[in-house]
Design a protein around this ligand. Structure first.
Ligand code: MN
Length: 208
């Protein structure tokens, strides 16, 4: 996918906070408006603001967000990588959520899931277990690696982009993603994500 908010050069803000693709109360009771007030309005916004400070003068300002993330990592600019990576991951995550989400994928995506995991049920089990197994803050992904679907876990602001893998779907498993609605019950959040929230149309649109 191509994210909105094309970077701009020349001292202007490079990153902008995208609007949520749904009303902030539209995912209740699975994710509350209060969660989005903090997660989108405070956490994601802070990565955008800090990223805009850190990118000035790096020469990366006119690149795409994906290229900024990968170049910052290559160059060892971890402060910029962490903020740009979080901006990319969160922008991607909002698109993975839908008020009419959940259910079962169809077509080529379902075929690829069945080929990679044996069945959709097995995929769900592996995705939830990977999310539970990500120690501390991070992300659980469905990625395409040389045409094959895989589950991936990344810590903190890390993203499969830097390993040449194509993000198809992600769930944020930082505590700030679920603590207001689920307290410490990360498994319940992951199950709600798959049962009620996941936007399979968006995931399918990311297949190469
Ligand atoms: Mn987050």
């Amino acid at each position: 996918m191509t994210l909105a908010n094309a970077p701009k050069a020349g001292g202007q803000d490079v990153f902008t906070l995208p609007e949520l693709p749904f009303a902030k109360n539209a995912l209740e009771p699975h994710m509350s408006a209060e969660t989005f007030d903090f997660h989108h309005g405070k956490h994601h916004n802070a990565y955008v603001v800090k990223g805009n400070e850190l990118i000035q003068g790096t020469g990366l300002e006119s690149l795409s967000l994906e290229d900024i993330v990968c170049k910052a990592k290559e160059q060892g600019n971890m402060p910029l990588f962490n903020n740009a990576g979080q901006h990319y991951n969160h922008s991607f995550f909002w698109n993975c959520l839908s008020p009419s989400g959940g259910g079962t994928p169809t077509g080529a995506l379902l075929d690829k899931i069945n080929a990679a995991f044996g069945s959709f049920e097995k995929f769900k089990e592996e995705f939830v277990n990977a999310g539970i197994g990500q120690f501390g803050s991070g992300w659980v992904w469905l990625v395409e690696n040389n045409g094959t679907l895989e589950i991936a876990k990344t810590a903190n602001a890390e993203t499969p982009l830097t390993e040449g893998k194509k993000p198809i779907l992600v769930c944020d498993v930082w505590e700030h993603a679920y603590y207001i609605d689920y307290q410490n019950r990360r498994p319940d959040f992951l199950k709600a994500f798959l049962e009620h929230l996941v936007n399979w149309d968006f995931a399918a649109s990311n297949l190469s």
